[in-house]
Design a binder for this molecule. Structure first.
Ligand code: ATP
Length: 218
């Protein structure tokens, strides 16, 4: 009886309290531009990070929510021995076969989107930094972000960083870049820009200034 009354009280309180809508910044940038580096700096200042790549990894890890649909569509050959997605094999397949890429995206994107929304709805911290590498490419802006923040640097710097990190050939990196939005398209979609063409020390002041603005926004 007491529990039921408490439940009703909680329901009435919930009905009076509007759903919390955190201030959401969409963080994007091309491959190797420095999204992760920048997101880490915002996190250190108290931003709540929702990272699309991290969610995609979880969904495709052994036992992840996307695994059954991937097996049904692509067969067990798309999975590693441990039951997780064989990312290298799938990347190669999707790169050569647009239909396979579209099929994989149609499995993953709705799941990523739902999980991102769930994490945003329970986020603490003064605002959410939602890292979406393909934000511009997916045309996903509408209604989802209060601000779009682009991490920008010259293409030559992107290529050098990715090469240093991964050892991929310049040709392979160029082909990945060609499949992404151009620097100009990304900048045209930006409300705010972080210039990551310099050294890492040059980032702190830019991040500080934006963090102050975002934290005061709502
Ligand atoms: P991806 O799109 O591949 O996930 P990203 O945009 O998240 O990459 P990071 O992983 O942050 O980029 O950076 C790419 C590489 O460049 C990393 O090895 C990182 O340490 C390095 N890097 C990032 N910013 C700088 C900088 N200002 N100076 C030197 N190295 C940097």
């Amino acid at each position: 009886m007491i529990a039921a009354e408490d439940g009703q009280t909680a329901q009435r309180a919930a009905a009076r309290t509007p759903a919390r809508t955190p201030f959401v910044v969409g963080l994007t940038g091309g491959i190797g531009s420095g999204k992760t580096t920048v997101a880490d700096l915002f996190a250190a200042r108290g931003a709540h990070i929702v990272d699309t790549d991290a969610i995609a990894h979880e969904l495709t890890a052994p036992g992840g929510a996307a695994i059954d649909a991937i097996r049904a569509r692509f067969g067990a050959g798309a999975l590693r021995a441990d039951g997780g997605l064989d990312r290298d094999a799938m990347r190669a397949r999707a790169f050569d076969d647009p239909q396979a890429r579209a099929a994989l995206e149609s499995i993953l994107h709705p799941l990523i989107r739902a999980e991102s929304q769930r994490r945003i709805s329970v986020a603490d911290g003064p605002y959410v930094m939602h890292v979406v590498p393909l934000l511009v490419e997916s045309g996903a802006r509408a209604g989802r972000f209060d601000r779009v923040l682009v991490v920008d640097c010259p293409v030559s710097v992107q290529v050098a960083r990715v090469q240093r990190r991964s050892g991929l050939s310049a040709e392979r990196i160029e082909s990945i870049l060609a499949a992404q939005a151009s620097r100009e398209q990304r900048l045209a979609a930006a409300d705010d820009v972080i210039d990551n063409g310099g050294d890492a020390a040059a980032l702190a002041a830019q991040v500080d200034a934006l963090h102050r603005r975002y934290a005061a926004a709502r």
